[in-house]
Design a protein around this ligand. Structure first.
Ligand code: GRF
Length: 212
């Protein structure tokens, strides 16, 4: 059975975009690090199997990650995707799933790794911002990049308006990246990803036509 595992911690809008994308898998399982995550309700409403592993019940990262890995392994997934999963993972966990662990980050990596990306992009006065899907490696927000989407920053933008504009693109690129993986189109090397049988325009997306 071809299984996709989605890890969430909160709202779960990227998870929802993945669930609605009709991806070529037999089963999707959503696991949350937060038992009160809004995304768990959405997943259940969509008839998706869920589990939660409350990170607060564990004394350290290692024991939490070990419990999470046990839960994940019970489904034998082909791919694990982080979709707003707000825990930093141990190197052991990341290495265990290397090459089949993906993340979406709300910036054009390698710019603005870490948190508060929209606020920092506005503070820096950059004119183009966006989002990135990448494979996860032990160095936070630095793994090989699969696809990016860029959006303009307008003079009257706030964190909120910018986050909304970027999020629309996140919902577009994450299902695309996962579909490529599942179809065997991604060739991963240490630093880079080649997307086979696709056009450049499919993995470099710029959306300038958005309204101010
Ligand atoms: C998204 O902006 C994602 O890029 C980041 O966390 C946010 C999660 O949003 N990693 P959601 O839970 O998918 O709605």
């Amino acid at each position: 059975m071809k299984t996709l595992v989605i890890l969430i911690s909160g709202r779960g809008s990227n998870m929802q975009a993945l669930l609605e994308a009709k991806l070529p898998v037999d089963r999707i399982v959503v696991i949350s690090s937060n038992p009160n995550a809004e995304g768990l309700i959405t997943a259940t409403e969509l008839g998706i199997q869920t589990a939660s592993i409350d990170h607060r019940a564990f004394s350290d990262r290692e024991t939490f990650d070990a419990a999470l890995a046990d839960e994940i392994d019970s489904y034998q997934p082909v791919l694990i995707v982080l979709a707003g999963f707000m825990r930093i993972l141990t190197d052991d966990f990341v290495l265990r799933y290397q090459g089949r662990l993906m993340n979406i980050h709300p910036s054009l990596l390698p710019a603005f790794t870490g948190l508060r990306t929209h606020q920092r992009a506005l503070q820096e006065g950059v004119k183009i911002h966006g989002c990135t899907v990448h494979f996860v490696t032990p160095k936070l927000d630095h793994g090989p990049i699969v696809i990016q989407a860029a959006v303009p920053i307008f003079p009257n933008d706030t964190d909120k308006t910018l986050a909304e504009r970027v999020l629309q693109q996140e919902h577009r690129i994450y299902p695309q990246a996962v579909r490529w993986f599942l179809q065997g189109q991604l060739k991963l090397s240490a630093r880079t990803v080649v997307v086979n049988d696709a056009r450049v325009h499919d993995w470099v997306i710029y959306s300038p036509g958005l309204q101010e």
